[in-house]
Design a protein around this ligand. Structure first.
Ligand code: ZN
Length: 191
């Protein structure tokens, strides 16, 4: 049975904020080990435990008949040459997809499969990315001044597997080189 009722919800397109949910905050100190340049990370977090991203999970029951949804807001910034980003995850039920729709800003989606395929899709306001099942995904803000805000939706039973990424990272990093987003091999990635 599904006890959800038809619901109107409201998200601020500039901030992703919802009047009906509290943000889940991910300041720098919660992202230890995720950025490649550890010295730059340690210096940054010591100086100021800045907000990197927040997301709003609307608390939909985690069943296959439901669609979980919410927004994510990534602040502009870099650690070393690597842009601010989300932790990234596989879905626990690996073969479940997700859709992201950009509400404001300029960033994109880093994606990879367990078999080693890698895709990066840049996004601006109005762009959507379909992340197929099996693809790990991480959101990255490539603007130096604006927040990157997206709405997302995925099957309620998908679950989140952060551990694989926490241990191994993604195969590729997105860094700024000569003022442009550039995909490079992750020196710390282990097969
Ligand atoms: Zn996901």
């Amino acid at each position: 049975m599904n006890d959800m009722t038809p619901t109107l919800f409201d998200f601020d397109v500039e901030t992703g904020a919802s009047k009906t949910a509290e943000p889940i905050a991910r300041p720098l100190s919660t992202l230890k080990g995720y950025f490649a340049d550890e010295d730059a990370f340690n210096a940054a977090v010591t100086e100021d435990d800045a907000m990197v991203y927040e997301y709003f999970d609307m608390g939909v029951p985690e069943t296959s008949g439901n669609v979980a949804y919410g927004t994510t807001r990534i602040r502009p910034g870099k650690i070393g040459e690597e842009y601010y980003m989300t932790k990234g995850h596989f879905h626990t039920v690996l073969d479940t997809a997700e859709v992201y729709y950009c509400l404001s800003g300029n960033g994109g989606m880093m994606m990879e499969t367990p078999e080693g395929k890698v895709e990066w899709r840049e996004m601006k306001k109005g762009d959507a990315v379909y992340v197929p099942g099996r693809w790990a995904h991480r959101s990255i803000n490539i603007s130096d001044s604006e927040d990157f805000v997206m709405f997302f939706a995925f099957p309620g039973h998908a679950g989140h597997d952060y551990g694989t990424i926490e241990t191994k990272g993604f195969r590729k990093l997105l860094v700024e080189r000569d003022g442009k987003p550039t995909l490079i091999d992750n020196p710390r990635w282990q097969g």
